[in-house]
Design a protein around this ligand. Structure first.
Ligand code: G6P
Length: 507
């Protein structure tokens, strides 16, 4: 049986779900108790909280991987979610997840900060796993349903799903940057990836620049031109018929769950914890904070280097200031992540060894994940937030810090290479490659007059509080629905309002 034939055979459920989200990970994490029993807990993060109410309202299901290899779970319900697990073997975790997703696409899409590896065995696994996700989505969606596919791990799903289920409306959102043509060109499977993505009705990106990069790649490699964010695609079906559809592509910058941060910042125990953190640090004048997954895109090395030099130059002292660096463990079996951990821990060890006193530590390096309450307490405790990513699709930590600063104090130092920098223009913007510039920005943030810091924070808070993640998901889903209505058989099939809107910038 050919791949094309096998893709066509799918059981369309009569009583499927009207709204299906497809992402690499399910929106739940496993909690394992001391006696070995386990329960599920809703995953933290904006996407999950934004989509939870939509799930509840629209009879939704979520298709994804549990996070463990070789685990064949039946669909199950957890709080508002109907969860449909997709199983991955240990070899598929190696090749599809750690390999093609995180050692090929991730570095390629992040300015080749690390060298992407190209292996055909990884690509075959990526294709096979994408096919499994597409099939599972096809067998979960009700006739005429809306399916929203998330992120770079699943770029082939839209076209595969369209072939299986031409009746469903398909959205795709890319959470990470989309690279310029010159870099994307390196990918040996560049046409197949673009083919996969253009199976969607609406493709969302973080920045207008990402959407432009994508449109240029499509023009170069598929020979199809987007006009005002809209393009026409067609292909022959297995029975020789020609089918065509309209694709919109545009920018939809993601945001955060502002409500949950508001609740936590108002919680007396979180506020008390923030105070306690400062006391435990010996009430320094300036608390600098970095919060990242331990990933080479985040510029953690640059930040630590700059901080170490400021201590060495005598511009900072361990008595007066401290850097708290939370580096949560991530993708730990991938080589480049292992190497980064060695490097960062070596740097922190050297700087602390040189500058610590019995009572003061230069850098508090914490290689753990923390509950969200603790993160918000850290945001409240920090005078200066350092976000120095070398490339980042958005960077939600920057937005979370701003949302947490209810009293309008605090300074955000933000890399110009993050999506967030396009919205948080009043941050102290930095080029993290410029270590001297970074050092200056760190001192400037410390010394900024209160009135200026306040003015900047007020403006940034206005932006974040009025553009939360619920707003983001609604805007995307509204445009997708308008697209579906306009392009349904008998619909007003021209360049629609949704198309024109998607083509412009949303920010
Ligand atoms: C980024 C990606 C997400 C991913 C997350 C954590 O934010 O855009 O798709 O889930 O990192 O990475 P992980 O590999 O642990 O899922």
């Amino acid at each position: 049986m050919s791949a094309e034939q096998s893709l066509r055979e799918v059981n369309v459920p009569r009583d499927g779900y009207d709204f299906v989200v497809v992402s690499n990970r399910l929106p739940v994490d496993r909690d394992v108790a001391e006696d070995g029993s386990s329960t599920w807990r809703r995953s933290p993060g904006g996407l999950v909280s934004a989509l939870a109410p939509v799930m509840a309202q629209r009879d939704g299901a979520w298709v994804g991987w549990s996070g463990a290899p070789d685990e064949d779970l039946e669909p199950f319900d957890h709080d508002v979610f109907h969860l449909v697990p997709v199983a991955l073997s240990e070899l598929e975790v190696r090749r599809y997840y750690e390999g093609f997703s995180n050692a090929t696409l991730w570095p390629l899409y992040h300015d080749v900060i690390a060298s992407p590896e190209f292996h055909r065995t990884w690509w075959y696994a990526y294709r096979r796993v994408n096919e499994r996700f597409a099939r599972q989505a096809a067998e979960t969606a009700a006739p005429g349903a809306t399916v929203w596919v998330q992120d770079y791990q699943l770029q082939l799903v839209p076209r595969m799903l369209r072939r299986l289920r031409p009746d469903v409306t398909i959205g795709f959102f890319n959470h990470i940057p989309f690279p310029p043509t010159e870099i994307f060109s390196q990918l040996p499977w560049r046409r197949a990836v673009l083919d996969g993505l253009t199976g969607a009705d609406l493709i969302g990106f973080q920045r207008p620049g990402d959407a432009q990069n994508f449109q240029r790649c499509v023009r170069k490699y598929l020979g199809v031109q987007f006009i005002k964010g809209t393009a026409q695609f067609s292909e022959s079906t297995a029975d020789g018929e020609e089918t065509s559809w309209t694709v919109n592509a545009g920018s939809y910058p993601i945001s955060i769950d502002v409500e949950s941060i508001k609740e936590l910042t108002a919680d007396p125990s979180v506020r008390a914890r923030a105070k306690e953190i400062r006391e435990e640090l010996g009430n320094p004048e300036t608390v600098y904070l970095g919060v990242d997954r331990l990933d080479y895109t985040k510029g953690i090395r640059h930040r630590i280097k700059a901080y170490g030099e400021l201590l060495h130059d005598g511009e900072l002292s361990v008595e007066d200031s401290v850097l708290i660096q939370v580096a949560s463990p991530s993708r730990e079996r991938v080589d480049s992540y292992r190497q980064l951990r060695e490097l960062v821990e070596g740097m922190v060890g050297r700087i602390n060894g040189q500058h610590d006193t019995i009572s003061h530590t230069a850098i508090r390096y914490l290689h753990h994940g923390y509950p969200f309450e603790e993160m918000v307490a850290l945001y409240l405790a920090a005078d200066v937030m350092l976000v120095t990513a070398l490339r980042d699709g958005m960077n939600l930590v920057a937005k979370e810090y701003v949302a947490a600063r209810q009293d309008n104090s605090g300074v955000l130092v933000l890399s110009e290479f993050t999506g967030a920098a396009e919205q948080l223009r009043q941050a102290v913007l930095v080029n993290p490659h410029d270590i001297d510039g970074l050092k200056e920005a760190m001192l400037h943030a410390r010394d900024m007059p209160r009135t200026e810091a306040r003015k900047r924070m007020v403006a940034m808070r206005r932006q974040v509080l009025t553009h939360d993640v619920v707003d983001w998901s609604q805007r995307f889903l509204d445009d997708l629905a308008q697209h579906a209505a306009a392009h349904a058989p008998g619909g007003d099939d021209d360049a629609t309002a949704a198309g024109a809107r998607a083509g412009g910038s949303h920010e």
